[in-house]
Structure formats: structure tokens, C-alpha cells
Design a protein around this ligand. Structure first.
Ligand SMILES: [Zn+2]
Length: 194
């Protein structure tokens, strides 16, 4: 199983992603930290893993086609983009899993990951769209529609919400989050065997 983990944004001075106003915590840093942990857990179960961004700041990853080409050229079986959410309303909270529109294997992958996050963090709010019968939301995000592999995007929590930003900054919480994303991937792999 070849898994590409896509830490959102090019990082720091190029594109830090969303930033918490009080602490300066940057989405791109959190995304890379969690991505490295997901990689660790998936390597441990024998999967092959590549990160689209491996450095805190990496200019070529600012071009999203660099990321999707990396996955497509490698023949990835799964593509997971990792981000933190942000909103002008600092009360906005919760997690989201996104896929491309339509009923695809990406929906299956997203449902497995969503289920693991919801089970591990019952105190966090799952922001869902059940219009198509499953909890993931759908959008034409570039990396979701330009990857050949089933793809999803995890918006882990709102970095603009001070309570959730504190969780996102916490190493133990990052580790739990990475573990459930990895478990979602292995759950998905099991559904393929069925
Ligand atoms: Zn982002």
C-alpha cells in the first residue's frame, strides 16, 4: 500500500497557512508535525509512505501540481492532505474530512478516517454533510481532483479557535490525531480486501 501524506501549505515565510492570532501557531507547522507521525505509524504497519513536503519551508510545494504529480508519478494508492481550519468567527470549531464530488473510493477512505477521528475525540464536533449519505464534505480542492489515487483532506481543527489551537500545538494530541488518521487508512485497506 503506497500512501502519500500531504502536509498543507509550503511553510513559514512562503505560506504558513492559517495562523493563530494569539500564539502565532502556524497551520503549516502543525500539518508537517502530524504528517510525520502519520508516516511513522503507517511505516510501522508495513506501508510505503511519502510526504509531499518534508521541510518546515519548501518552495516547490507552493505549486500544488508538484504535490499531485509526486503522488501520481509514484502510483500512490491513497492521498491524504492534512490541514487546520480557520474562520473569522473565533468560536468556529470541529473537524472536517473532504473528498472530491461524486461517489468514489475517496468517500470510503474519508468515511473510515472520519469514523476514527469521531471515536477518538468524542468531545470535538464533527462538521458533516450527509447529503450524499456519508459524513464527508465535498469540494473541488485542487489536490483532491488532480490525484489519481482516492484522496481526502482532513481539516483537523480550527487554528483560529484558541481552545482548539492549544490542542493543535500539543504534541500528545498531535500523536493521538496521527494515530487515528493512520487507523482510518488501515480500516480503508481492510474494506478493499472485503
Ligand atoms: Zn490549509
Amino acid at each position: 500500500m503506497r500512501v502519500v501524506i500531504d502536509p498543507g501549505h509550503a511553510g513559514r515565510n512562503i505560506d504558513p497557512g492559517a495562523v493563530n492570532g494569539a500564539t502565532g501557531l502556524q497551520e503549516a507547522d502543525v500539518a508537517l508535525s502530524v504528517s510525520r507521525l502519520v508516516e511513522k505509524y503507517l511505516l510501522a504497519v508495513g506501508y510505503e509512505v511519502k510526504l509531499t513536503r518534508t521541510e518546515w519551508e519548501q518552495a516547490e510545494t507552493d505549486n500544488l501540481s508538484y504535490r499531485t504529480n509526486l503522488a501520481n508519478d509514484w502510483g500512490a494508492d491513497i492521498f491524504i492532505s492534512i490541514h487546520c481550519n480557520s474562520a473569522a468567527n473565533q468560536c468556529a470549531e470541529g473537524f472536517e474530512v473532504w473528498t472530491s464530488p461524486g461517489n468514489t473510493l475517496g468517500d470510503k477512505l474519508a468515511t473510515c478516517i472520519y469514523g476514527q477521528i469521531a471515536a477518538e475525540f468524542p468531545d470535538r464536533i464533527g462538521r458533516t454533510d450527509y447529503a450524499d449519505g456519508d459524513p464527508d464534505k465535498e469540494s473541488h480542492f485542487y489536490v483532491l481532483i488532480h490525484t489519481d489515487a482516492p484522496a481526502c483532506m482532513v481539516e483537523m481543527a480550527f487554528i483560529s479557535n484558541d481552545e482548539e489551537a492549544a490542542l493543535l500545538a500539543d504534541a500528545a494530541w498531535q500523536d493521538r490525531y496521527a494515530r487515528v488518521i493512520a487507523r482510518g487508512v488501515t480500516d480503508y485497506a481492510v474494506t478493499l480486501e472485503g
